[in-house]
Structure formats: C-alpha cells, structure tokens
Design a protein around this ligand. Structure first.
Ligand code: CTP
Ligand code: MG
Length: 192
C-alpha cells in the first residue's frame, strides 16, 4: 500500500514510546547527517566564497566548496528517497519524506554548515578549528529551520516535542561519533 507523500498530508499520529521517538529522530535526520560526511569525501576544488574576504578574513574559507556542498546535498536527497522505499516495506510507523523535505533537509544541512563557517570566520577561528555546539548543531539547525519554513505540515506532524528533544540530544553525539570514525579511517585530518 502506498502512503501519502505530500506536505499537506501528515502521516498521522503515532504512539510515542521512548524507542519510537529515538528511531523516528534518527531516521528522519539521516538525510541531514549524510551530507556532511559526503562533503568530506567528495569536497575540494573551488571554494564557495571564491576566495573573497570581509574585513580581512575569508568569508567562508577553503573548507566550504561547491563540490562538497553539491555532493552532500545530492547524497542526502537520494538517501531520503531510498529510506522511503525501505521504510514503506518495513513499518508504517517510520516517517515518509515528502519530496520537499527530501530537498530541504540536506539543503538546510549544507546551508547551516556554511552559515557555521561564516560565523567561525567572524569569530576569528581558522578553517578546521573546532567550535563546540556550532560544529555539531549548525547543520541540524539549518535543516530544521528550512524544513519548518518550506514543509510546515510535515514538520509539525513529524517533529513532535519529544522527537525534537531527541534530535537535539542525539545530533551532537552522532556527529562526534561519525567524525571520530572518519578520523580513524583516515578520511578526516582531525577528529571533529
Ligand atoms: N567540505 C567541502 N565543502 C563543504 C563542506 C565540507 O569541501 N561544503 C570538505 C572540506 O574538505 C572540509 C571538510 O569537508 O575541509 C570538512 O568539513 P568541515 O569540518 O565542515 O570544514 P572545516 O575544514 O572544518 O572548515 P570550517 O572551519 O569552515 O568548518
Ligand atoms: Mg570542521
């Protein structure tokens, strides 16, 4: 049976157990998490800021490239479509990504990450310097804000208060773990 995918058709109320909240939070954020990892893998080349500076400091820096942002976005959007296929055959309780959310979650993640770099440069932090909280949550805030703005009905029905809390708590943990893993396998130069 196919399930509704439009932003105007929320997927209905769920019974919220702690387990279902965590599963929903992780599932729904996967297209937000993947872009950062893919950006690290495929990134490089022309920086988004084109080398431009503001008050003597780079706008974004060499760590934000078109290839990284584009590749990360495509990977996240594709993952949302794949998750829809997997979820449809597994459980009716798993959230389905309407096309709009499949775009806004990864696009917002990349924009949030770029916004984070903009702030880091304004704070005088070099490319790659860790800025706790901003590094771990900037991309998630970008994804949530853009999705809330462009797919409001789906956002409201998916991100219940408890799912939002789980998202905010789990995101930094998953981000740190994935960065440490990328560092250990040699994909990333620093573990943050
Ligand atoms: N990357 C990229 N394009 C992006 C995001 C990331 O090419 N839009 C690549 C870059 O090679 C970057 C690496 O992924 O160095 C790690 O990403 P991130 O930690 O977000 O960047 P930093 O190098 O730490 O730069 P910043 O201090 O600006 O966050
Ligand atoms: Mg970094």
């Amino acid at each position: 049976m196919s399930r509704p995918c439009g932003d105007d058709v929320p997927f209905g109320t769920r019974d919220e157990t702690a387990g279902s909240v965590v599963v929903t939070a992780v599932w729904v954020m996967l297209p937000t998490y993947l872009p950062n990892s893919v950006a690290v893998l495929v990134g490089g080349g022309r920086p988004i800021d084109g080398g431009r500076t503001w008050h003597g400091t780079r706008l974004l820096g060499d760590g934000k490239t078109w290839r990284g942002a584009g590749g990360g976005f495509l990977a996240g959007a594709l993952l949302a479509l794949v998750l829809n296929r997997i979820g449809a055959t597994r459980s009716a309780a798993l959230p389905v990504f309407p096309r709009r959310a499949a775009v806004t979650l990864p696009a917002g993640a990349m924009l949030g990450d770029i916004g984070g770099s903009f702030l880091k440069r304004r704070l005088g932090r070099e490319r790659g310097a860790p800025v706790p909280v901003l590094d771990q949550l900037g991309f998630a805030v970008g994804a949530l804000v853009l999705t809330r703005a462009l797919a409001p009905a789906w956002f409201r029905s998916t991100f219940t208060d408890s799912v939002l809390v789980a998202t905010v708590v789990l995101t930094p943990v998953l981000h740190v773990l994935s960065n440490v893993a990328a560092y250990l396998v040699g994909v990333k130069g620093v573990p943050w």
